[in-house]
Design a protein around this ligand. Structure first.
Ligand SMILES: Cc1ncc(COP(=O)(O)O)c(C=O)c1O
Length: 403
């Protein structure tokens, strides 16, 4: 397989905003941001502007949202877990969702009424760390399941937040099913970042939590006089992150930017679904062996798939070296541009952008996506060095080269 493959989406709507985007509009984003502002660790993460890279790639602007700085957790994911947990607590207390704040759902009175609740989830690392952190912040317990082969550093980071963490003998998607069964058996509350029939409220709220990140980007681009992004490159595991961001920008502008999902070859379920072209989400099979652990998910979230099916331009499937190149590019940027610490899943979108813009073989794809001097490209570095040993091997020692 080539290092990068573009799978265009044949079902993308030519115009308009699909109803699936509406729960992710400005009103939601303002509400989720107000909730997050009530957490003492909240600060908007930086938006790095890389003008020298933009010039070198022949683009108008390249912006990198740096989620390594989120809540001291090195990834964006806690935005979703904390918001969904806050609203679950508000439900249990009879507080209307629009009035939920960390102070109200974790007040001494609230804690006395609820006792200690148990939140259960499955994770590749970052979502579980976010749920563990939110449970600690809001005074509850978290129990986290991880797929086989999970990096030790990611397991330890979850345990360090006081959560129970079990590494299973299963792949990611089966670990999600195991967590769901466990929550049911132990009377815990499942906080999963993907949906299935009958389980939609928590994943919807998790996706809405990501709107805080999108709103910050919008305001930061506006403050820099840049206007809206014309292009988004969005990493997709189950697709919740990509769906939420695309829905926010589409609802805000009244039309979709040119957006591509970014996935490893080993877990390219969105690419497969675009390729099938029947409008249904399709699962990727196989062992999902990839350094992009956060993207190693085989089954799209049906909620976000609805958004991506209608508004994404297509999907990009990547070899490991493309993501590794993205990590190195952000660690050692063009002279004059700021450096960003970005992990394997975090840098994959930047790796894809660089590959698209610099390879002769990609000329047709560049034209198809309309990438050029008037493009303002937004990528999110969704994590920092969440696996420090891998980060060192890739960035310092050049592991996973893609020449
Ligand atoms: C660093 C990172 N980036 C992107 C994603 C993809 O998010 P989603 O699973 O919502 O598609 C994840 C998921 O865990 C992640 O950890």
């Amino acid at each position: 397989m080539d290092d990068l493959v573009l799978c265009p989406n044949p079902l993308r709507l030519a115009a308009g905003v699909d109803a699936a985007c509406l729960p992710f509009g400005m009103e939601t984003a303002r509400r989720t941001r107000a909730f997050h502002q009530g957490l003492s660790a909240y600060q908007p993460t930086p938006l790095a502007c890389l003008p020298h890279l933009a010039r070198a790639l022949g683009l108008g602007a390249v912006l990198v949202k740096d989620e390594s700085k989120r809540f001291g957790l090195k990834a964006f994911k806690a935005l979703g877990g904390s918001y969904a947990m806050g609203l679950a607590l508000a439900d249990a207390l009879g507080i209307p969702a629009q009035e939920a704040s960390p102070a109200r759902v974790a007040s001494p009175e609230a804690r006395r009424r609820l006792g200690q609740m148990r939140f259960v989830t499955a994770t590749d690392g970052n979502h579980g760390r976010g749920v563990a952190w939110a449970a600690r912040e809001l005074g509850h317990r978290a129990e986290v399941f991880m797929p086989k082969g999970s990096a030790r550093a990611r397991v330890e980071a979850i345990r360090a937040l006081g959560a129970e963490c079990t590494v299973t003998e299963l792949g990611y998607d089966d670990t999600v099913r195991l967590a769901a069964r466990h929550a049911e058996a132990c009377g815990g509350m499942l906080l999963q970042d993907t949906a299935w029939p009958g389980y939609e409220q928590a994943p919807l709220r998790i996706m809405q939590g990501y709107c805080t990140l999108a709103l910050e980007c919008l305001e930061q681009m506006d403050a820099a006089g840049l206007g809206l992004p014309t292009h988004l490159f969005l990493q997709a595991g189950v697709g919740s992150f990509a769906g939420a961001l695309l829905a926010f920008f589409t609802a805000h502008a009244g039309k979709a930017p040119v957006a591509c999902t970014v996935e490893p070859h080993a877990a390219n379920c969105h690419c497969l679904s675009f390729e099938e072209g029947d409008g249904k989400p399709h699962a990727a099979a196989g062992p999902m062996d990839t350094i992009m652990a956060g993207l190693a998910c085989g089954e799209p979230n049906p909620l976000s798939w609805q958004i991506l099916k209608n508004h994404a331009a297509g999907g990009l499937s990547l070899g490991e070296g493309v993501a590794a190149n993205g990590m190195r590019l952000l660690a050692a940027p063009e002279s004059g541009d700021p450096a960003v610490v970005s992990g394997e899943s975090g840098a994959s979108a930047m790796g894809a952008l660089e590959y698209l813009m610099t390879r002769e073989s990609m000329a047709e794809n560049r034209a198809l996506l309309g990438l050029g001097p008037s493009s303002r490209v937004l990528v999110v570095s969704t994590e920092g060095d969440t696996n420090p040993a891998m980060y060192r091997d890739v960035v310092r020692y050049g592991r996973f080269a893609c020449l």
